[in-house]
Write a protein that binds this ligand. Structure first.
Ligand code: CP
Ligand code: NVA
Length: 308
């Protein structure tokens, strides 16, 4: 049976920890040099369908597929008949005759689910309006690298209850990481995502909370995390969001209320002066570049696991 990675709810706690361990091994191996000709994806082709721009996801997947010995094919909306009315189901059936896997970045989570339902190959969600599982996996990997564990680590997420926040909620629930989100009213995570994450958190003891005050969330936190105030596809709301998110910035004043040695994370791309102050983003507690690098290692572990 093929498996997909559409949200982190698709992954068990054991599978997640195995992925992080494998990513650590792949990271060590890469430092020693790689030989794609003996990689597990040799002779295999992975399509990358992107309906939104991307720097990290696209490049890290393309490079990851190459390093594992496979071929990546990058496809925008303009490249496929999908944009001209061919159905998702028909596209999935046809691509199943050529490809061994798909990474897809698009707007609608339902489209990704539809693709996965009709495809013979694994579908990996490279970001939708609702989820960003590959990001959260790389984030968990980065936290474990820095803190040695995930269980009991306290993360404060400051800002929009968006796709990244949703996947972090699911990731925290699976690993026993405590997560408090501070969001302006009206910008909280979806209630059904919180409910589902809380249900899973019962097994790990993760405490998941949503409140309004960034300082209250950040107090004593081991990790401060933020993301853009306006996500891809929400550009028309930029002005309204700029006003709504005033005060939801990770800056040195907020960092002072966190635990000593707290790390600062951002999935990137960042807007210095909005959700994060330059002094923090470029300061000694920031791990954002490791986070971006770790996308590569973690996604290679995902590809190895799913694409066969
Ligand atoms: N963090 C992230 O997914 O970045 P890209 O939009 O550049 O892929
Ligand atoms: N929330 C952001 C994440 C970008 C990686 C967006 O969807 O644009």
């Amino acid at each position: 049976m093929k498996r997909d990675l559409l949200t982190l709810a698709d992954v068990s706690a054991g599978e997640l920890l195995a992925l992080l361990d494998r990513a650590a091994a792949l990271k060590r191996d890469l430092a020693k040099g790689i030989d794609p000709s003996v990689g597990p994806l040799r002779g295999k082709s992975v399509g990358l369908i992107f309906h939104k721009p991307s720097t990290r996801t696209r490049i890290s997947f393309e490079v990851g597929v190459y390093q594992l010995g496979g071929q990546a094919i990058y496809l925008t909306a303009a490249d496929l008949q999908l944009g001209r009315g061919e159905t998702v189901a028909d596209t999935a059936r046809v691509l199943s005759r050529y490809l061994h896997g798909i990474v897809i970045r698009t707007f609608d989570q339902d489209l990704v689910e539809d693709l996965a339902r009709h495809a013979a190959f694994p579908v990996i969600n490279g970001l939708t309006d609702l989820h960003h599982p590959c990001q959260a996996l790389a984030d968990l990997f980065t936290i474990r690298e820095r803190k040695g564990t995930l269980q009991g680590v306290r993360m404060a997420y400051v800002g929009d209850g968006n796709n990244v926040a949703h996947s972090l909620l699911e990731g925290a629930a699976l690993t026993g990481m405590h997560l408090t989100l501070a969001c302006p009213p009206g910008y909280e995570p979806r209630p059904e995502v919180i409910l589902r994450a809380r249900e899973r958190a019962k097994a790990t003891g993760a405490r998941l909370a949503v409140l309004e005050d960034p300082r209250e969330a950040a107090k004593g936190a081991d990790v401060l995390y933020t993301d853009v105030w306006t996500s891809m596809g929400q550009e028309a709301e930029t002005e309204v969001r700029l006003r709504a998110f005033q005060g939801y910035q990770i800056n040195s004043s907020l960092l002072r209320v966190a635990a000593p040695g707290a790390i600062v994370m951002h999935c990137l791309p960042a807007h210095r002066g909005e959700e994060i102050a330059a002094e923090v983003m470029d300061g000694p507690q920031s791990v954002v570049w490791d986070q971006a690098e770790n996308r590569l290692h973690v996604q290679k572990a995902v590809l190895e696991w799913l694409v066969r």
